[in-house]
Design a protein around this ligand. Structure first.
Ligand SMILES: Cc1ncc(COP(=O)(O)O)c(C=O)c1O
Length: 347
């Protein structure tokens, strides 16, 4: 039986819809979206396409489905995808790229999730008939396992130029692109510009209960809509969910900087505890990765000990913890969480 989590830093997906968001959901105009007749879904798709500077967008149930549809839509079985070794879709999407698209990954160990055009160039296959075809480069911004790290626009531009030169497609897993934009002030469309497909989420820092979107050219999105249906993601009166996403985009993006401030405070507090190291010292957004190897306490034990004191985090490796800030975490919560860390690790 789990102890009650009082300060839930396990993920930014744990937030519950606010009364105002629920009101927007209750009042949403709906229709059958498989017949393209849900006005609220259609509006959300326009809003997202606009924010990302793309011709069209498609509402999908999850970030996982957004990534998987994109990869299916941009590749052929047997193709090769170049990505960072800790990409979300490699760790947490159940081998979906192999199962659903018949492709495999060639990975590069990045620095804080960032891989360079130079590293990618070295892995692009020559046009030799007995080799796989390099088809797609997939990036992640912000990068989850790298602690919410931001992928710089300058490197994206270099990678885009390389992709163009070799006729490769580019996909962005932008589940937390909103956080990158909030932190840097660079608008989402600038980050998204070079990509053939961009997936974004509403159910992470933005606090919607469900939903993600995929954006790209009109032609790509028409193809993505067919794949979504094939994957079982065609939804009916989904306007109730799209209304929450629209509300989230309109009201919850600006406040993400508070989550980033809280993440930095947490990192500073925790880094003061002997034996605890913040793996990525400069916390850029809302994810804090804590290395506890020096304490010799395994992450699973630490998770249980912290939970007993009411603080929820997740194990991210044998001696690694992840804590994520979000709209339901206050500055006082952070102070309390740091006290709990001290209690657990200094006893
Ligand atoms: C970077 C990234 N991409 C994709 C996903 C998948 O999103 P979902 O849980 O909605 O499938 C996540 C989930 O946390 C994520 O962090």
């Amino acid at each position: 039986m789990l102890n009650k989590i009082l300060i839930d830093l396990r993920s930014d997906t744990v937030t519950k819809p606010t009364p105002a968001m629920r009101k927007a959901m209750a009042e949403a105009e709906v229709g059958d979206d498989v017949f393209l007749e849900d006005p609220t879904v259609n509006r959300l798709q326009e809003v997202v396409a606009d924010l990302l500077g793309k011709e069209a967008a498609l509402f999908v149930p999850s970030g996982t489905m957004g990534n998987q549809i994109a990869i299916r839509g941009l590749t052929q079985p047997g193709d090769e995808v170049i990505c960072e070794a800790d990409a979300h879709f490699l760790h947490y999407e159940l081998g979906g790229i192999a199962a659903l698209s018949g492709v495999h990954a060639r990975t590069i160990r990045g620095v804080r999730g960032v891989i360079t055009a130079e590293q990618i160039a070295a892995l692009i296959r020559p046009a030799v008939y007995y080799m796989p075809t390099t088809k797609l480069i997939a990036l992640e911004n912000t990068h989850n396992r790298a602690g919410g790290a931001i992928f710089p626009v300058e490197e994206i531009q270099k990678i885009a130029a390389l992709a163009k030169q070799h006729d490769l497609r580019l996909h962005l897993d932008g589940a937390r692109l909103w956080n990158a934009s909030a932190a840097t002030g660079i608008p989402p469309h600038e980050y998204a510009h070079a990509f053939d497909s961009v997936s974004v989420c509403f159910s992470k820092g933005l606090g919607a209960p469900v939903g993600s979107a995929l954006a790209g050219s009109r032609e790509f999105i028409a193809r993505a809509r067919r794949i979504r249906k094939m994957f079982g993601g065609g939804m009916r009166q989904a306007g109730i969910l799209a209304a929450a996403a629209i509300y989230a985009l309109e009201h919850q993006r600006a406040r993400l900087v508070e989550d980033h401030r809280n993440a930095r405070r947490l990192a500073e507090g925790v880094a003061d505890i002997p034996g605890l190291e913040i793996e990525h010292e400069s916390v850029q957004t809302n994810i804090v990765i804590i290395n506890i190897a020096q304490t010799r306490m395994e992450a699973a034990t630490a998770v249980t000990a912290l939970l007993q004191e009411g603080v929820g985090v997740v194990a991210f490796g044998l001696y690694v913890l992840r804590a994520v800030t979000h709209s339901e975490i206050t500055g006082e919560d952070i102070e309390s969480a740091v006290k709990v860390f001290r209690k657990v690790f200094l006893r």
